[in-house]
Design a protein. Structure first.
Length: 282
């Protein structure tokens, strides 16, 4: 796709972080933006900012875990703005807990949003993407869709699943007018941890949302605006895979060099992080 001008771009989780930055960037480039989120106030604010940037805007409160709600949203977007050219399945949540101690409810909550939200968003919008001259699916995985980390099993499972689903989709659509990008961000400075459920850190220490969020912010080196800039670039260049941030590039290399033993480096990194956090709290 050479330009986003006059294209319809639909974004889930558009009220905050990467989704919000992407909405503003796309509106600024002349796209009509269809925004959805579960957080009505954040959604309204993002929609107002996009209107101020000059774009046509459709905003709807949609829970991506609700299959029928996503399909209804896809129809509402088509009625309001015309057929969608780009769907960005971005909405996501975080959770830190061991496999032994994680509740089924927390596991299901995360999978419904991070995995099933991506599946529903892709399948609901695919007919519209195929109906136009060109279309693009952007699914947001993570570096945690490349390596696994203790206490991140649910998040890892969801993001590895998004990667597998997206890579299969890309092959099924090869040679068609619809392109596919799987995005693996490293640490992006957003509310992902502040909005999550956090009980234990990777070294086994009890934690809570405030503490986990504080620690995350120290490691999140890339801004949401920079992430959005790179995602738009990947759509315009029809790139199949996007790593965002020096940390993502390093983690990807580490996994490929040490596929069965990278956990030793993860353990060392976690110990250093733990030492930093203990020093901070003493
Ligand atoms: N921030 C990072 O470091 C990072 C790294 C890798 C991947 N990601 C991924 O990037 C994506 C965007 O996250 P972010 O960092 O901008 O976080 P964020 O918390 O700032 O934004 C996520 C948005 O999703 C919305 N949301 C949550 N549950 C929803 C639901 N059920 N239905 C619809 N919307 C819902 C939230 O209200 C929020 O507005 C997520 O998929 C996340 O897993 C983030």
């Amino acid at each position: 796709m050479k330009t986003l001008a006059n294209k319809v771009v639909a974004i889930t989780g558009a009220g905050s972080g990467i989704g919000r930055a992407l909405a503003l960037r796309c509106a600024g480039l002349g796209a009509s933006v269809a925004l959805s989120d579960v957080d009505q106030a954040a959604l309204d604010e993002a929609a107002d900012r996009c209107r101020a940037a000059g774009g046509r805007v459709h905003a709807a409160r949609v829970d991506v875990g609700q299959r029928d709600a996503i399909y209804a949203w896809a129809e509402a977007v088509k009625d309001a703005l015309g057929p969608t050219a780009v769907i960005v399945n971005n909405a996501g949540v975080s959770l830190s807990q061991t496999i032994a101690e994680m509740s089924d409810a927390d596991f299901a909550w995360l999978m419904d949003i991070n995995f099933w939200g991506v599946v529903h968003g892709t399948r609901a919008f695919l007919p519209q993407l195929r109906s136009g001259a060109e279309g693009h699916v952007v699914n947001i995985s993570s570096v945690f869709g490349i390596i696994a980390v203790p206490t991140q099993s649910a998040y890892n499972a969801s993001k590895f699943a998004v990667r597998g689903f997206t890579e299969a989709l890309r092959q099924e659509l090869a040679g068609s007018s619809v392109h596919v990008t799987c995005v693996h961000p490293g640490g992006i400075d957003t509310n992902i941890v502040a909005n999550g459920r956090h009980y234990q850190d990777p070294t086994g220490r009890a934690t809570d949302v405030a503490e986990a969020s504080r620690a995350f912010k120290k490691d999140a080196r890339t801004s949401p605006d920079e992430a959005a800039r790179q995602i738009v670039g990947a759509v315009l260049k029809e790139r199949p895979r996007l790593l965002i941030g020096a940390d993502a590039v390093l983690i990807d290399k580490m996994q490929r060099l040490m596929p069965a033993t990278y956990d030793r480096l993860v353990a060392t990194a976690m110990k250093l992080r733990d030492r930093r956090e203990r020093k901070r709290s003493s």
